[in-house]
Design a protein around this ligand. Structure first.
Ligand code: GLC
Length: 557
């Protein structure tokens, strides 16, 4: 969807995240690939999305599912070839689907030639200056340079062995030890990534989703992170600044990128993964000369509570509106528990830490029926909001998190780095089902999958939902069609009061939306219902009553 002039499509678009390893596998080796995506582009076209974002398919040892890149300008053989990418891009463009690729600038893989050169060089060399090497502390440098911890658990520093066998400096890795952080104070790092951006822009991509866009620069001298037990429960605006996330030094980088991207024809975009709070701070990433979009994570993490959802929507529209940016709504991605499960999680069973994950031993177990009801209602709520919305592959099928993955299959580095204390993110990354009665539910022909699929995924297969009234797939298709027709992404929200406790209602153009977050049915005003998330067999909203955990869209007369 774009504005009257056809420009700035990204303000109101629906963008679909493809997780290549789990989308569709054309070779039968168990991992999805680029030809698999191309084969299914018409399904995405039928769904009614405007663009896709591809999680990394570039060359990588796959220690963090491709977020450890060893060649930024090539395709990993696991996913195909550069020719396969070009075919995908052309086909998508033929169908009117734009294509965003993932850019991982905070760190490379330790297998990247630049890091290998750094290891082979001496302290103080230009090769080491591409990354964050520091001397250790303690009497003999045996302690890390500071107290920072990896997001995946364990220390954020690893000590290297010098070419002569002696112990040497330490390097920083905010994520896995196989993901060394670049030193963005070094102009050569800027030049390197400008070339990477040019490479993909020249290929014709429509933009980039920028990984860890809140992390590239760090506070000078790398001070300890003074974080006490109350840190995460302290309101974001009162927390002491984090020395490695949310540092203001990142902004000149994005201005440099924006100038480059604007020098290309077309309407190409940058979307930030900037995990910073509060929303007023996140909005700094989308000022007019920086990025176009930033995922609204405060919206994503909000629990199933109407007033909290209303609060975060208001805060988002205010904060992004103040800098002239759209809000970029999102409910699921490859790092988060799928929202068909997450929205029914009892807070007692989950610490709320984003990569803790849930698994076989999590108690109490989230109720899958209630989870799906809430997910459908939440998605219908999201897709009626003004701004851009991202959908994560499988959510249009209502897929739940795969909770019962046996330990030996788990691949997220979080699981190993916490000695199994955190399950990690594998449960939202399981290959998605296409056909109920085919091997691997139609993910491929061989039946092999890189993570085991739960038997219940059969019920969620695309072919079992296509054309079935009331299915989650048809609900998404209808929502996207109406969203486009009524230009909801470009609209304005005004709240409608008085619908009852824990019931949210708003008008957006010619559509009004009512979402029931309470556990009681509520009376609906008279009017034509144009979308209804009620599950089959429930009292029907057309009878004038909205069941709990349900959303309707109505045409305003
Ligand atoms: C981002 C990615 C996540 C990855 C991490 C390190 O948060 O979304 O999947 O593990 O960055 O690159």
């Amino acid at each position: 969807m774009s504005d009257e002039t056809g420009r700035e499509w990204w303000r109101s678009a629906t963008i679909y995240q493809v997780y290549p390893r789990s989308f569709a596998d054309s070779t039968g080796n168990g991992t999805g690939d680029l030809p698999g995506i191309t084969n299914h582009l018409t399904d995405l076209h039928d769904l009614g999305i405007d663009a896709i974002w591809l999680s990394p398919f570039q060359t990588s040892p796959q220690k963090d599912a491709g977020y450890d890149v060893s060649n930024y300008c090539d395709v990993d053989p696991l996913f195909g070839t550069m020719h396969d990418f070009e075919v995908l891009l052309n086909r998508a463009h033929e169908l009117g689907i734009r294509v965003l690729v993932d850019l991982v600038p905070n760190h490379s893989s330790d297998a990247h030639p630049l890091f290998q050169a750094a290891l082979a060089s001496t302290p103080g060399s230009p090769e080491r200056a591409m990354y964050m090497f520091r001397e250790g502390t303690g009497e003999h440098g045996e302690l890390p340079p500071n107290n920072w911890e990896s997001v995946f658990g364990g220390p954020a520093w690893t000590r290297v062995t010098n070419p002569d066998g002696t112990l040497g400096q330490w390097y920083l890795h905010l994520f896995d030890s196989s993901q060394p952080d670049f030193d963005w104070t070094n102009p050569r790092v800027h030049d390197f990534f400008l070339d990477v951006l040019r490479f993909w822009l020249d290929k014709g991509v429509d933009g980039f989703r920028v990984d860890v866009a809140h992390g590239l620069t760090k506070e000078a001298d790398l001070p300890d992170f003074r974080r006490d037990a109350e840190y995460w429960t302290t309101p974001a605006e009162l927390r002491p600044p984090c020395p490695f996330f949310g540092h203001p030094g990142v902004h000149p980088i994005y201005r440099e990128w924006r100038a480059l991207i604007d020098s290309y024809p077309g309407d190409r975009i940058l979307c930030a993964e900037a995990f910073v709070e509060p929303l007023t701070k996140m909005a700094e990433w989308v000022r007019p000369d920086e990025m176009h979009q930033a995922f609204n994570f405060p919206f994503l993490v909000t629990r199933w509570e109407g007033e909290k959802v209303r609060g975060v929507i208001n805060a988002s529209l205010d904060a992004f509106g103040a800098v002239g940016a759209p809000s970029t709504w999102v409910l699921s991605n490859h790092d988060q528990i799928r929202h068909a499960t997450r929205l029914a999680i009892d807070p007692r069973s989950y610490t709320g830490d984003r990569i803790t994950g849930i698994g076989p031993k999590t108690e109490p177990k989230p109720d899958p029926v209630e989870g799906l009801r809430r997910a459908r209602a939440a998605s219908a709520m999201m897709l009626a909001l003004p701004g851009c919305a991202y959908i994560y592959n499988g959510e249009e099928l209502g897929l739940p998190e795969a909770m019962d993955i046996p330990d030996e299959f788990r691949q997220d580095p979080t699981f190993a780095r916490t000695n199994g204390k955190a399950y990690g993110r594998d449960g939202c990354r399981v290959p998605i089902p296409w056909a109920a009665d085919a091997p691997a539910f139609g993910f491929n022909d061989s039946g092999k999958t890189w993570l085991p699929q739960p038997a219940e995924y059969r019920d969620f297969a695309r072919d079992a939902q296509t054309g079935v009234s009331g299915s989650t797939l048809e609900l998404y298709k209808r929502a996207l069609r109406i969203r486009r027709e009524f230009r909801l992404g470009l609209g304005h929200l005004s709240w409608i009061e008085g619908m009852g406790e824990n019931v949210l209602a708003f008008a957006n153009g010619d559509v009004s939306v009512v979402a029931n977050y309470s556990d009681k049915p509520v009376a609906l005003p008279a009017g034509e219902i144009i979308l209804d998330t009620t599950a089959n067999g429930e009292p029907d909203a057309s009878q004038g009553t909205l069941a709990p955990s349900t959303t309707v869209w109505m045409r305003r007369s």
